[in-house]
Design a protein around this ligand. Structure first.
Ligand code: ZN
Length: 69
């Protein structure tokens, strides 16, 4: 097997600058996907407040314990 595939996979493609989810400023790699630590904290704060709906499948526990019959 030639190593070329592995080598090319190692090269990190330049990430397209994604707009910051908070203020739509192009995100900085350092704070990806946000533009700054401030926006990251804003997002985190919102997350902690529970504004983000996290869908929880109620059947999940059941799935882990299938019918013992
Ligand atoms: Zn931002």
């Amino acid at each position: 097997m030639p190593d070329e595939t592995r080598q090319s996979a190692k090269i990190e493609p330049l990430r397209k600058a994604r707009p910051c989810p908070e203020c739509s400023t192009p995100s900085q790699r350092e704070h990806y996907p946000f533009c700054s630590n401030r926006c990251r904290e804003i997002d985190l704060a919102r997350w902690l407040k529970g504004s983000y709906a996290i869908p929880v499948a109620e059947d999940e526990t059941k799935a882990e314990y299938p019918d013992e019959n």
